[in-house]
Design a protein around this ligand. Sequence first.
Ligand SMILES: *Cc1c(COP(=O)(O)O)cnc(C)c1O
Length: 404
Amino acid sequence: MTEPLPDVRRRLGVRPLINLTGTLTTHGGISACPEAIEAAANIMSRGVDVLELQAAASRIIARATGAEAGFVAACSSAGICMGVAGAMTGDDLARIERLPDTTGMRSEVVIQAGHVVNYGHSIAQDIRLPGARPVVIGDVNAARSHQLAAAIGPQTAAGLFVVSHHCSGEGQIPFATFVEICHVKGVPVIVDLAAEYDLRGYLAHGADLTIHSSHKFLGGATAGIVAGRKPLVRAAYLQNFGIARPMKAGKESVAGALAALEAWGTRDHAARRQGMREVLEDWRRRLGALPGIEATIDPDPTGNPFDRLKLEVDPIEAGLNALQLVRELERGDPPIAVRSHQVEHGWLVMDPRSLGEGEAEIVADRIGAVLASAGRDGLGPASSDLESWRAEKARALRLWPDSD
Ligand SMILES: *Cc1c(COP(=O)(O)O)cnc(C)c1O
């Protein structure tokens, strides 16, 4: 047996963190699979012609997605920027070099109001970055096909469609209708599928370009997997010689993403889901027995094949509210990061997909310990007020790299 490598986090003086956010890249994304780790490490000390490497990527991505072509971008956000840019420039190198000056190019991107999501920044900024202008259709809870049709004109470069639990849950134009209207007007459709497991379905039903994150469900290196019709894929890839230069995917990202993509096709997904289900069931039993906690197993809201645990906190019974519980978990040792997107509704969500060896136990013990001391001694002065929590986070950002 070889000695396990020392934890690089410790060497850097960084606290190891238990990541129950699942895919959030701010907390490391999904743990990489062994195939991705091996491929990334393997290529790091070796020379390669990157055009050739990305051509190999195109073949592998085409096989995995059913697309005509593909490439690996730095991340999904980069892939969206590059797709939008490609829709404006085509393969015209002079135009590519001129962006974000869009003079003489179609430069509008139509998107439904309920799809203007924030995943660390607004997707509208991915549209604006290469110089395009978002044209927002409808309202947050109601977008209609006539509004989309009316918004498409001679300046429209692309339609951007987002599939995510962050999107408005109701009133949006369905994908098939969105594609039909765009295509009748000769406008390509770019689909942001960053965290979605479906690698083939949207392309099969008319998407011109799809974008998936390698570091989310696939368990690859940090990267974006771009797939689609060859001319648009090529136009998007060529942005590497223009605005995408500062979004470069390194060879280790390309190799690590491709290894994960290939391994994905061979995995026993049902067995994996079942394994995670056992962790969730165990948590549900233990945590659901705590005072003021209601624990339920929550299937993924956009229908991806995995589940999370939802913990609803009754502040009177529990002696603390959901936000305080989130904060206590964050500030413990090791810090535990949960999904707190809906903490204002009184619940937090635990995603098991990045759990390391032995961590499930630590998490259950810690939540038990926090609740045991809630409303009594030992609980720090964590604010229970959402606005002041947000203000504190903004203040901390502006102090970075200092912590106080
Ligand atoms: C995570 C996410 C992104 C960004 O993905 P990265 O690969 O981290 O840039 C874009 N869109 C949606 C819907 C996401 O969930």
